[in-house]
Every structure is written in C-alpha cells, then in structure tokens.
Design a protein around this ligand. Structure first.
Ligand SMILES: NC(=O)c1ccc[n+]([C@@H]2O[C@H](COP(=O)([O-])OP(=O)(O)OC[C@H]3O[C@@H](n4cnc5c(N)ncnc54)[C@H](OP(=O)(O)O)[C@@H]3O)[C@@H](O)[C@H]2O)c1
Length: 169
C-alpha cells in the first residue's frame, strides 16, 4: 500500500477540516499518481473534497456511522473490513489519502509514501508523522523526485518518495 500526503514545515497537513493551501502542481501530481487506483480515506477528508467522489478511482470511505452513504463510494466501518475488501487488489494500487487518523492507522502497512513538502509555515491542527525525526523508529530510503516553485504562491514544493524498510506490506 501507498500513502500520498502533503506536509508543511512542521509536518502539519490541515486546519479546521481543510487543506492548508492549494497548489495546482500538487493537485496534478496527486491526480497522476492516483488515477485508476483504489483510494482509502476518512469520512472527514471525503467530506472536504470538492466534487467528490474523485473520478476514475475507487473511493473507499471509513466511518463508524452505519448510516453514512454516498453515491459512487464504498463505505466500511472498520480498518479490518477495509483490508479484507482491498485484499483483492494489488497493494501497489492502493493509496491512503488521509486524513490524520487514517494515515496513523495505516502507515505501518504502507511500503511507499509519496510526500510533498511545502516549504512554508502554516497553522495546523492535524499532522503527519515526522518521518525525518531522529526519534522516528521507522527507517526509509528517501528520494527527492522533483523540486519546483508553485506558480500561484512562489512557495517551493519538494516531491519525495519515502520507501519504508522492514515492512511486509
Ligand atoms: N495534506 C494532506 O495531504 C491531507 C490529505 C487528506 C486530508 N488532510 C486534512 O486532514 C484533515 C482531516 O483529518 P482527520 O484526522 O480530522 O479526519 P479523517 O481521518 O479524514 O476522518 C476521520 C473520520 O474517519 C472515520 N474513521 C477513522 N478511523 C476509523 C476506523 N478505524 N473505523 C471507522 N471509521 C474510522 C471516522 O468517521 P466517523 O466520525 O464517521 O466515525 C473519523 O471521524 C483535514 O484538515 C484535511 O484537509 C490533509
């Protein structure tokens, strides 16, 4: 399985139920990576996406609410039910797309993390695990794939691939 996430300088990923900012280059990257794939997300992230469900992808939502239903998506009530259902797909085609609670529950099952570093400080109320922290016990092979300045804000975006070592997924 894979994770795709965008973090700011302090590894924040969102505030008040929304993304921190919008960068066309990162949205395009997200689309390219996830098109035709299976996406797993939390209910809050799903509800924050304009024009959801995401087209040409299988949208899977996690919610404990048995009555949560939306057209064009699959809803599961537990991580175990989600894993059981997605076992039919190649794990390389499964992307965990957030938010904080879902990333934390799935990260140990993910081999690859597509991580965009937004070189800017934002106020965040949800965070990703700081993979670069010396206290982080997980070990990664880290590759910088691309580095660009966003056209809309002039903020530098670094596109990294973190490949987790010592995991079975
Ligand atoms: N920067 C990025 O790349 C990125 C990507 C995605 C999201 N985000 C941001 O992250 C924030 C949302 O993150 P969040 O942690 O607040 O919410 P979230 O993870 O998107 O959704 C949380 C909800 O998922 C459901 N859920 C989680 N674990 C579950 C489990 N084991 N079983 C059943 N249901 C489960 C629950 O829904 P119920 O309450 O219905 O039970 C829970 O309230 C937003 O600000 C969003 O913009 C950022």
């Amino acid at each position: 399985m894979n994770i795709i996430v965008a973090v700011e300088n302090s590894w924040g990923i969102g505030n008040n139920g929304k993304l921190l900012d919008y960068f066309p280059e990162d949205l395009r990257y997200f689309r390219e990576k996830t098109l035709g794939k299976v996406l797993i997300m939390g209910r809050k992230t799903y509800l924050s996406i304009p024009n959801a469900p995401l087209k040409d992808r299988i949208n899977i939502i996690l919610s404990s609410r048995r009555d949560f239903k939306r057209d064009g998506v699959l809803v599961f009530n537990s991580v175990r039910d989600t894993i059981n259902f997605t076992a039919q797909f190649n794990s390389k085609d499964i992307f965990i797309i957030g938010g904080q609670s879902i990333y934390l529950q799935f990260i140990s099952m993910c081999h690859k993390i597509y991580l965009t570093k937004i070189n800017h400080d934002y106020d965040s109320d949800v965070f990703f695990l700081n993979l670069d922290s010396p206290s982080n016990s997980k070990k990664f092979d880290v590759k910088l794939i691309n580095s660009i300045k966003s056209v809309n804000k002039g903020i530098q975006l670094d596109f990294f691939e973190y490949s987790q070592l010592e995991t079975g997924a």
